[in-house]
Design a protein around this ligand. Structure first.
Ligand code: NOJ
Length: 581
């Protein structure tokens, strides 16, 4: 048994109140609509496909789904370039399908979050088209960020900002008379002009968009680029990298994390709160920030009581596989969020980063590099090491207090497609940086369609076998039907983790480090329920020595234990400790 001193150690994080709202400990599953399930056989996932597969998610044991964008879009950035925020792209279905999806999910007890993309529209959006037609100085142009260029003929961009996707952050337009004219800002692709959030039209329009979807029954929004809406007055030049992790902590950016964004989220929070039925916490609608912001204390500002409910913990995702940095991120995140009364929202994978089953098997895994894609010419991940660590990392994550997001396919231990043919690549990052010194292979490798049935064309993604990105042959081994009912499979592990987590309410528990087991290569903590009735010791072994366990019931292990019952490398165990006294 752990010593009394270990048990008496102070809490890092106190337990949540037992009647706290659903979202504080929710596990939310990200569906990337293009790649989850294809209903009509065109090789592109769609809403009818999603509806047929929803029971799989209630069986998995998640609380909610988040759908990446399904709106009308020219698809230059896989739908993050929205041309009409109030309709569904025909590739994905119709508004009636969206209504049916929301109803079907609710029927199964699943909440539905959708993606809101407020930093930019598509250049196909009616507002941008009107801005092009209306010319310089017009109210239409003022909804975006148009400026005259520098240089004698305005031939230089207004400042030196780069696009996050590579290349210049500005494009020059041809004025209605056919002459080269003003420039517009696009922090992402050329076809994603940034909106001017200082303009009341923009604010009013997004209030209306929120209401439109809330009225249709959605339970919340994941907010794209939540740290980018407000830009510094005068748009000063910037000398750092547009990618947050490449800059020292504490860097001030003229386009990221300006204080002005918080006013917008307070306004949205008031709108969402207007939909809460008094006395019914289940009716609460939520906002989750996609904000690449450091340090943790800056991120916590997005989840102050009158702002958003959740913010993805990207420091945890980007941390890599090393005990001390992980422990530091966990502690700093819990402490920063506790200060504002918010839960922490853990995440390991999404559609923008290398899947963690591959990322953690890369030679650079310890430092958390390679977030942005792996190509055939790059060092390849060790699949076995990656999967073992991924299972251990998820087993650690799902024992932490707070909420968590899962990315489709991670429950299968799905690896990244690291040898995707270049000709298949669609991510604008790849095309915008090709052949330059900022070359990036792009994010397609984590977006490959799901394998459902091993011995079927397209691994059961849809009725015809077509898939918009080619699947690697190895996906056959990861298909849902191969793993279903197999106790050692990653799918069974996720189902068990989610069931125990829910039963023992880990998301609401307290956290205390366990000093007896903690070391330079071991993470060890106790998650205790608010009433003190149950304590689970969680041990993640990132080192080479096996760890002998104290008395207790092993609830779950992310991989096989050694013959003597000790915990081998890259393994996490949940051990229920006997009651004290
Ligand atoms: C973040 C999204 O997750 C990513 O996929 C997208 O490309 C950018 N924002 C731009 O919308």
């Amino acid at each position: 048994m752990p010593s009394a001193t270990a048990l008496d150690l102070g809490l890092i994080h106190p337990a949540d109140s037992p009647d706290s709202p659903w979202w504080r400990d929710a596990v939310i599953y990200q569906i990337y609509p293009r790649s989850w399930a294809d209903g009509d056989g065109d090789g592109m996932g769609d809403l009818p496909g999603i509806i047929t597969r929803l029971p799989y998610l209630s069986e998995l044991g998640v609380d909610a789904v988040w759908l990446s964008p399904f709106y009308v879009s020219p698809m230059n950035d896989a739908g993050y370039d929205v041309a009409d925020y109030r309709d569904i792209d025909p590739l994905f279905g119709t508004l009636a399908d969206a209504d049916a999806l929301i109803a079907a999910a609710h029927e199964l007890g699943l909440k539905v979050l959708i993606d809101l993309v407020p930093n930019h529209t598509s250049s196909d959006h009616v507002w941008f088209q009107a801005a092009l037609q209306a010319g310089p100085g017009s109210p239409e142009r003022d909804r975006y960020i148009f400026r005259d260029g520098r240089g004698p003929r305005g031939e230089q961009p207004p400042n030196n900002w780069r696009s996050v996707f590579g290349g210049q952050g500005w494009s020059r337009v041809l004025e209605p008379d056919g002459t080269p004219g003003q420039w517009y800002l696009h922090i992402f692709d050329t076809t994603q002009p940034d909106l001017n959030w200082a303009h009341e039209d923009v604010r009013a329009e997004f209030d209306a968009i929120l209401r439109y979807w809330l009225d249709r029954g959605v339970d919340g929004f994941r907010v794209d680029v939540a740290h980018g809406l407000v830009k510094e007055e005068g748009l000063p030049d910037f000398r750092g990298s547009m990618h947050l992790p490449d800059n020292p902590i504490g860097t001030r950016f003229p386009m990221w994390d300006l204080d002005g964004v918080h006013e917008i989220y307070r306004r949205w929070r008031a709108i969402l709160d207007g939909y809460t039925v008094a006395g019914d916490t289940a009716s609460e609608r939520i906002l989750c920030a996609e904000a690449w912001v450091r340090p943790e204390s800056r991120l916590a500002r997005y989840v102050r009581p009158d702002e958003m409910h959740q913010a993805f913990n990207f420091d945890f995702l980007a941390c890599g596989w090393a005990a001390e940095p992980l422990r530091e991120v966990i502690e700093n995140s819990l402490r920063s969020n506790d200060r504002v009364g918010a839960p922490t929202t853990w995440v390991l994978s999404n559609h923008d980063v290398v899947r963690h089953a591959s990322r953690l098997g890369l030679p650079a895994a310890a430092t958390g590099h390679a977030l942005g894609g792996v190509g055939a010419q790059d060092p390849q991940p060790d699949a076995a090491v990656g999967l073992r660590r991924a299972r251990a990392a998820t087993t650690l994550m799902l024992a932490l207090p707070g909420g968590a997001y899962l990315y489709q396919g991670e429950e299968l231990g799905l690896p990244e497609h690291t040898t995707l043919p270049d000709a298949s690549r669609q991510d604008p990052t790849y095309h915008r940086t090709k052949g330059t010194d900022e070359a990036s292979i792009g994010r397609d490798g984590c977006r490959v369609p799901m394998p459902w049935v091993a011995d079927t064309p397209g691994f059961g993604f849809g009725p015809t076998g077509r898939t918009w990105l080619p699947q690697p042959e190895v996906y056959r081994e990861y298909a849902v039907d191969v793993q279903d009912g197999v106790p050692s499979s990653t799918l069974s592990l996720y189902r068990d983790l989610l069931a125990y987590r829910r039963k023992h309410r880990f998301g609401h528990g307290s956290l205390a480090w366990d000093e007896e087991f903690t070391s330079a290569s071991v993470i060890a903590f106790r998650n205790t329920s608010g009433d003190g009735e149950r304590t689970v010791l969680v041990i993640t072994n990132l080192g080479e020595q096996n760890i002998a366990l104290p008395d207790g019931d092993v609830l779950i292990a992310s991989g096989p234990l050694a013959e003597d019952g000790s915990v081998p490398t890259d393994t996490t165990v949940w051990l229920r400790l006997p009651m004290r006294g």
